[in-house]
Ligand binder design. Structure first.
Ligand code: S3P
Length: 196
């Protein structure tokens, strides 16, 4: 491994300590795909909250919405994330709505380091439309309008994340590299500040 990348990895690992890196952001921003790559780079385990919810419920996310409704999905989501935060450190990808829960945010601030993957609406839409049945929230009307409304409502909450990483889409490996650079830069900065 190149020396620069190795020292960035060390910087991130010593910066997060026992905390999980928690990826947040809208549906389609790449939390799972980029999260898996980041975990590999850092030799951490990757966990996807939606997958863990599906295992716990024995049903897919669309089936949970269909059979029990969104409020029950949100309760299950909060419980599963609480457990995952206790079991880490992981690279943990959350569903797009999870960070809206104030108690979940509080737990993440104690046991995690949150990173908002900030992606523009056009890119998000193009990605979510590739898998139309996967996101129950988008099947209730015009996906573009729904995504626009969700984005407006959620951005101020996502902005509470510890780190914001913007991306215009493009190759996943470029996004992973950018994320690694931003994380290492953040912890380098934090360390320099605390040493003063
Ligand atoms: C949701 C996002 C989904 C999933 C559920 C609700 C949301 O996860 O948790 O459909 O509220 O934005 P992804 O962000 O991984 O698509």
């Amino acid at each position: 491994m190149a020396r620069g990348r190795q020292s960035r990895k060390q910087q991130i690992l010593s910066g997060i300590g026992a905390r999980s890196i928690v990826l947040i952001g809208m549906m389609g921003c790449g939390k799972s795909a980029i999260g898996k790559m980041l975990a590999k780079t850092l030799n951490l385990e990757f966990k996807d909250a939606d997958t863990e919810i599906e295992i716990a419920a024995g049903r897919s996310v669309p089936e949970i919405f269909e059979e029990y409704g969104e409020p029950e999905f949100r309760r299950l989501e909060a419980r599963v994330i609480e457990r995952l935060l206790d079991e880490g450190p992981f690279v943990l990808a959350l569903g797009g709505g999870a960070f809206l829960n104030a108690e979940t945010r509080e737990m993440i601030s104690q046991k995690g380091f949150s990173v908002w993957l900030k992606v523009d609406l056009e890119t998000l839409l193009e990605r979510v439309m590739r898998k139309p049945g996967k996101r129950p929230l988008l099947s209730k009307g015009n996906p573009k309008e729904i995504m626009q409304d969700l984005l407006e409502a959620r951005e101020p909450v996502y902005a509470n994340a510890d780190l914001h990483v913007a991306s215009k889409g493009g190759r996943k490996s470029d996004m992973r590299n950018h994320l690694v650079q931003c994380l290492a830069g953040h912890f380098q900065h934090t360390k320099a500040e605390s040493a003063q």
